[in-house]
Ligand binder design. Structure first.
Ligand code: PMP
Length: 430
């Protein structure tokens, strides 16, 4: 596979962009080699600067759930562009967006639009702190909630990938207010809450974690957490930046039947445009300025072009609910194919999957938290990533990221993914 153009652009990028990329995982540090620069994408495929094609299993880290180049969305964007790129005033599209989100996501009675998942989670914990008049928050090891200071403690995703789960630059004071607990360990959570009685404002988690690879909640975990928060007056925040509108029209909270007090969203609600949102119970959201005293604002929040894209995306998902079964069935076929490949090759790696999210971990342990996720052999992961890339399948360039499917992945792509998996596993174990 010829990669000369990507190589030379990466060399050029190093002098003006830190590490040559605008988000660390893109640099391929964890997998060796150099990043591929993309030129265009259509349906299930991305094309790089050298003209190579790849089946896309990251889908912009989630938003492209309908695949690339969906014309409903791009036509809405084109129309919005003719009106204005930005007004800085309220627009009707924002009201339509708020109504649609409130009607789809069980926990959300009021919602505020922001520009990224990072902004959504930063704002949500500020509101939870303002509402409870408490300072501490609890997060889980290996969960990632964007790069807000309070969350760069035992963080997953790129922070884990780069070996920087606790980032320099976060003050000791901020770090002290973030308590961390192992995911899926209810007893540890209860103990931490008890040790910090009446001091915890919020518990924030990914209801299905995607940032230590895909890790699902054990039976009853989310329910028990809901009960604990009710008993202790703690605001339960589901960070559904990845899972929102992906695991079900109402996200993981609909799938698992547990309603948090607040929810953070991103990715899919922008249909590929930069958007995030946070919402929840009226009583809590009415703390937000100008209705309440907790300040949060944004020049480009509710941007008309982003709203036009997101509205089309959410309406489509809302009206075509069978696509969630289609996505799940695609996942099941891929995972069954991988398991059968491993049987043939005498391998016993662990696979986690739910809906259109899944991960292989190069360990025989079952992965239920960050500790077990870290038992994956990262050297084998790196070889696997590169062997799949050479075969035209683009995976997340880190073990600590889930894969995302799109509805554009059909039978031909499933076959190609499964065959490539067999060949790649065979090659790295020969
Ligand atoms: N929360 C979760 C669960 C995420 O996965 C991410 C990003 N992958 C974020 C928050 C941050 O979102 P953004 O990158 O849009 O700031």
């Amino acid at each position: 596979m010829e990669k000369g153009k990507s190589k030379s652009v990466f060399a050029q990028a190093q002098s003006t962009i830190p590490g040559g990329v605008n988000s660390p995982v893109r640099a391929f540090r964890a997998v060796g080699g150099e990043p591929i620069f993309m030129e265009s994408a259509s349906g299930a495929y991305m094309t790089d600067l050298d003209g190579n094609q790849y089946i896309d299993l990251i889908n912009s880290w989630g938003p492209m759930i309908l695949g690339h180049g969906n014309t409903l969305i791009s036509d809405a964007v084109k129309e919005a562009v003719t009106k204005s790129l930005s007004f800085g005033t309220p627009t009707y599209a924002e009201v339509e967006m708020a109504e649609l989100i409130c009607s789809m996501v069980p926990s959300i009675e009021k919602v505020r639009m922001v520009n990224s998942g990072t902004e959504a989670t930063m704002s949500a914990i500020r509101v939870a702190r303002g509402y409870t008049k408490r300072d501490k928050i609890i997060k889980f090891e290996g969960c990632y909630h964007g790069h807000g200071d309070s969350f760069l403690i035992a963080a997953g995703s790129g922070a884990a990938t780069m070996g920087e789960p606790d980032s320099p630059g976060v003050t000791r004071g901020t770090a002290q207010d973030t308590l961390t607990v192992a995911y899926n360990d209810m007893e540890a959570l209860k103990a931490t809450v008890a040790e910090n009685k009446d001091e915890v404002a919020a518990i924030i988690l990914e209801p299905v974690a995607g940032n230590m690879g895909c890790v699902t909640p054990v039976d009853g975990y989310l329910q028990a957490m809901r009960q604990l928060c009710d008993e202790e007056g703690i605001v339960l925040i589901f960070d559904e930046v990845m899972t929102g509108f992906r695991l079900a029209p109402g996200g993981a909270q609909e799938l698992y039947g547990v309603t948090p007090d607040m929810t953070t969203l991103g990715k899919i609600i922008g249909g590929g445009m930069p958007v995030g949102a946070y919402g929840g119970k009226t009583e809590i959201m009415d703390m937000v300025s100008p209705k309440g005293p907790v300040y949060q604002a944004g020049t480009l929040s509710g941007n008309p072009v982003a709203m036009a894209a997101g509205l089309q995306m959410l309406r489509f998902l809302n009206e075509n609910r069978s696509l969630y079964q289609q996505l799940e069935s695609t996942q099941q076929k891929i995972v069954a194919g991988f398991k059968s490949n491993m049987d043939k090759l005498g391998l016993n790696y662990s696979i986690n999957a739910v809906g259109s999210m899944f991960s292989i971990f190069f360990t025989d342990q079952s992965v239920k938290d960050f500790e077990t996720a870290k038992s994956s052999d990262l050297e084998v992961f790196g070889k696997y990533f590169n062997a799949m890339l050479e075969r035209g399948v683009y995976l997340a360039p880190s073990q600590y990221e889930t894969l995302f499917l799109s509805t554009a992945i059909g039978e031909a792509e499933i076959e190609k993914i499964v065959t490539s998996n067999y060949e790649a596993l065979k090659e790295i174990h020969s």
